[in-house]
Each structure stands twice: as C-alpha cells, then as structure tokens.
Design a protein around this ligand. Structure first.
Ligand SMILES: [Fe+2]
Ligand SMILES: [Fe+2]
Length: 276
C-alpha cells in the first residue's frame, strides 16, 4: 500500500436546508440570487470538472498528484451533492433552480462542439474555472463582512466550499502541466479557454440573477439592483476585487499557489471546526 497521503482531506457533509430563509443573503433578493445563481452552476459544473480530470488520470505517475486527484474528485463530488440538495429544496421557496441547472447543462454543452471535444480542452476548461472559483472563494474568505451577510443556516456550507476550493486549487492545473507541458500551444489553449469560459460564466451568472429576480417578482426592485450591482462591481466589489488575480493567470509563469491562501485556510478551518 502506498504511504503517500493526499495533501487535503475529503470531508463528508450533510447540511440541513429546512431553516433557510427566502432571502438568505443580506435579507436582500439580488444578493441572495447571486449566490443562488452560483449554486445553480455548481452541481453540473463540478461534475464536468471531475469527469475532465478522471479522463486523463491514468497518465499521471506522480503518486502525490494521484492522491490529490483522488481527494479533488471526492471534494468536488461532495460539493455537487450538497449544492444539488440545496437547489432541490429552493423550489419550496418558489425559485426554479433545477431549471437553471438545465441552463447550466446548455452552457456546458459548448464543450461538446467538435472543436472543443477532446481531453486536453476539457481539462483546460477545468483549470480555467478552478482558478476562477479559487480566487472568488478566497475573496469571500478574506471578506468577513460579506460572509456575515450570509444567513447562519447557510454560512458553514459556503465556508466549507470556499476552504476546499482553495485546498485543491492547483490540482487540475498541475495535472494539465504534467501531461501537456508548458509549451506555447498548451499555454495558448489555456489562455483562449480562460477568456471563453469566464465570458460564458459571467453571462450565465447574470442571466440566472435576472431570471431569479423575475421569478421572485423583484425585477422592479431598483434599490436591490443598485445596491447588489455595487456589491459585485463597485470599488472593492466581489467581482471587481478579483480582477488583478484573474489577470495573473495570463502570465506564462503563473501557478495557483503564487496566491498564498494558506493563512485563510488556517483561519477558516479553526473558525468552522473543519479538520485539516
Ligand atoms: Fe467545488
Ligand atoms: Fe474546485
């Protein structure tokens, strides 16, 4: 038996969603639907990530990376399960999140177009979106003021997910570089896919928010729109603040651990009682 252990654990979770209020972020429809939109993207998105890494796993000989791939798959499968459970329950509140999960599958079906349908491109999609989720999660963990806006019934789910995104943020990247190297063709593919994938994800997030605001009969709630858009895109906004880290991805020498988030992991594991 191999003595190598994965660098991070897979934690089994089983959250309860019965007590989640209708507007569970800042008592505000727009901000709630930002997080609902992300949750609608996760189950199928994360299953795609898992499939793309699993497809090439046998090519990895490094025992440490093999173990970390196993833990990455375990973590993402658990995220997909928990967000899927939340999404199913959100119907009770009158929001059709499963419909948005269907839209997510439509967005993901772009990856089935003949020019994109190969292991290398699918893995490049995962590497790109893992960078995006990693920096967005780190942003949330840094911004305690934002975490405070999340209702206590949902806070541990998000803290757990954000911690794990940062624990495994380099696994897909390392897998890609081990198999496909750093040559100009691989680099160009990663860059092109990053632009395409983040454009699509931004369109998806904002389309989902509009749809959820419509279902919530809040399209005319100007106050919520203005405040929410400012929280996302204003100075120090949730999305605007990650632009510099997003752009770091385009440096040829970039590696996800160039952004050292270990201090956040230590702080949040302690805060939420997660094992290391
Ligand atoms: Fe995840
Ligand atoms: Fe991830």
């Amino acid at each position: 038996m191999s003595a190598v252990k994965s660098s991070f654990p897979v934690r089994r979770q089983d959250f309860e969603f019965d007590e989640v209020p209708r507007h569970w972020v800042a008592n505000d429809p727009f901000m709630t639907h930002v997080f609902n939109a992300l949750s609608a993207l996760f189950p199928d998105g994360e299953r795609f990530f898992v499939a793309s890494v699993r497809a090439v796993r046998e090519k990895i000989e490094d025992p440490q990376l093999q173990k970390d791939i196993g833990a990455f798959i375990g973590q993402e499968a658990m995220h997909a399960k928990e967000h899927g459970n939340f999404n199913a329950g959100a119907i009770k509140e009158g929001f059709d999140i499963p419909k948005l999960e269907g839209w997510t599958r439509k967005f993901l079906s772009v990856a089935d177009l003949p020019i994109f349908k190969n292991d290398k491109t699918h893995l490049a999609v995962t590497v790109a979106l893992e960078h995006f989720t990693g920096i967005l999660s780190a942003q949330l963990l840094k911004r305690e003021d934002m975490v405070e806006l999340i209702d206590p019934s949902m806070r541990n789910l998000w803290a757990w997910h954000c911690v794990e995104e940062n624990e495994h943020k380099a696994v897909a990247f390392d897998t890609f570089e081990k198999i496909y190297g750093k040559d100009i063709a691989s680099y160009a593919l990663r860059m092109g896919i990053m632009v395409l994938a983040t454009t699509l994800i931004m369109v998806a997030i904002h389309a989902f928010i509009v749809e959820l605001m419509r279902e919530d009969k809040q399209l005319g709630n100007i106050k919520s729109w203005v405040k929410g858009l400012n929280t996302l895109w204003g100075r120090h906004g949730m999305f605007s603040a990650i632009i510099p880290e997003y752009l770091d991805y385009f440096k040829p020498s970039f590696h996800p651990w160039d952004h050292d988030t270990n201090f956040l992991l230590q702080r949040w594991r302690k805060k939420t009682g997660l094992t290391a």
